[in-house]
Design a protein around this ligand. Sequence first.
Ligand code: MG
Length: 287
Amino acid sequence: MKFATFEHQGKQLVGRVSADGVRISPLPADSMLDLIERYEQLAAQIDTGHPATLLLDEVRLLAPIPHPRKNIFCVGKNYREHAYEFSKSGYEAGAVKGSEVDDYPAVFTKPATSVVGPNDAVLTHPQVTNAVDYEGEVAIVIGRRGRDIKRADADSYIWGYTIINDVTARDRQKNHRQWFLGKSLDTFCPMGPFIVTSDELQHNDIAIRTWVNGELRQDAHTRDLIFDVPTLIEAISAGCTLEPGDIISTGTPAGVGIGLTPPRFLKSGDIVEIEVEGIGRLKNHFV
Ligand code: MG
């Protein structure tokens, strides 16, 4: 099933999107976090649908989880070709030739305040950076609380999947020798348009593509992840509690702006679209 958070007549609502992607039925949940936590309990009402069905065109879609309860977990260098392009680009602080692929997943976070929704503007922050880049990513949404989750049990903790653009200020990422500052600017985490539940997608079988102003830049598949989703859940939950609604963005494939020669950064007026098979298309314009 496909769920969205949206605004209609001044109210923020959660709804189920129809199979044809045209309509949305409001659900009796206060928020997406509430829906995830009470999913079993609400199952009957979700199945029968709601009489007050709206056209998706009539509502404003928001990020599926507009205010995550903690930072968004992200994974760096999780596709081989991207690890090489990043290392070569000169924007990776401390890059060592021959050590492009890590032995353990590189995990960082983006703050909840960086989240925006589909069709929202992304600020280029020219007073802070002149090297804004996109990163199309498949993200997983956690469905239940857990710590020290083992690989073998990891699938049962996944509630669904969404799309994230891990927008990055490459100069901040390089100059400050860490990833948080470059990844955390306001509006740097477009998310959506929907969350698709885990019964409809396999985390190792998802195609992802990214376009900038209509030009295809990323075209990849999650079967090529260096650290697969169960490995990421095991690593991140080690001694650290994951809660319903927590988000793990699985990393971007090759084809980002710094992978081009010369690098091509985003500017005001650019449009980035990320399409994930089975979820939909996340489109944002940069200003
Ligand atoms: Mg990323």
